[in-house]
Design a protein around this ligand. Structure first.
Ligand code: ADP
Ligand code: ADP
Length: 237
């Protein structure tokens, strides 16, 4: 469903973050991208949902060339491809439910997002997503009263409310303690298996990557140096 064909990404400072990447990822895969800091993992992920533009080559998503789409179609792409981050990217002073609801009106200003009027259908979708990650009981709690793990689940619910086909997770557990990290990884795994949503995750914990992902892609200096089944990897990478 996602294919990278000879993809290069050079930043304006001349750093070649991706060099000749060729890659195919099928629907339902759980992929971990591993590599040292600065290897290009984050760039690779962010080119899929057009947070970054590539310099040359092609990224195809189900017959659509990701870099050829324009305007409101980029917004549609980002609904199909949800993303969660190390730093959660939530509005911390408002409720959990409102943070999930903002995903329905991303083009409005922050204030309007928070005070916006939402349809009953949108509320049901948001509450369902919160239920799917086990924090329905926190719907009316302010985000800044939650633990890091709970906040990451809010972020996950916000992407789920859009019925994504893919979730990109950029170091989703890097700021969480080991126990909470496992809760978030368990959520991702369950969502991947039960809902057939592909997960593509950057992670520097190799053991966790091997335990949860079906496929490991190793990146070094902008190039893929390993791509295989997690059972083929010995944790030396
Ligand atoms: P990783 O996620 O593996 O840590 P990144 O994709 O963030 O790697 O970065 C790859 C390389 O590109 C690094 O050398 C980084 O400094 C550089 N880089 C990342 N983002 C930018 C940017 N916006 N502008 C210029 N260089 C960048
Ligand atoms: P991340 O949260 O992905 O780890 P970083 O902390 O590496 O992001 O970088 C923060 C921001 O700075 C990002 O937008 C990234 O693209 C950009 N950036 C990272 N490295 C460089 C660089 N060498 N030159 C310019 N911008 C960079």
């Amino acid at each position: 469903m996602i294919e990278f064909i000879n993809v290069n990404k050079t930043y304006t400072n001349n750093i070649k973050a991706l060099q000749n990447i060729n890659l195919k990822i099928n629907q339902g895969e759980f992929v971990a991208i591993i590599g040292l800091s600065g290897a290009g993992k984050s760039t690779l992920l962010r080119c899929i949902n057009r947070m970054h533009d590539i310099t040359s080559g092609k990224i195809m998503m189900n017959q659509v060339e990701v870099n050829a789409i324009r305007g409101s179609d980029v917004r549609k792409l980002r609904k199909r491809v949800g993303m969660i981050f190390q730093s959660f990217n939530l509005i911390t002073r408002t409720t959990v439910l409102k943070n999930v609801l903002v995903s329905f009106v991303p083009e409005l200003t922050l204030w309007r997002k928070v005070t916006g009027v939402f349809t009953k259908g949108q509320k049901i979708k948001a509450l369902t997503a919160l239920d799917q990650v086990g924090i329905l009981d926190k719907a009316y709690v302010r985000v800044n009263q939650l633990s890091g793990g709970q906040q990451q689940r809010v972020a996950l619910a916000r992407t789920l409310a859009q019925n994504p086909e893919i979730i990109l997770a950029d170091e989703p557990i890097a700021s969480l303690d080991p126990v909470t990290s496992r809760h978030v990884m368990d959520d991702l795994k369950r969502i991947n298996q039960a809902m057939n949503i592909s997960v593509i995750m950057n992670i520097h914990h190799v053991e966790i990557a091997l335990e949860y992902a079906n496929r490991i892609i190793g990146v070094r200096e902008g190039q893929i140096i390993f791509d295989g089944n997690s059972t083929e990897v010995t944790p030396v990478v």
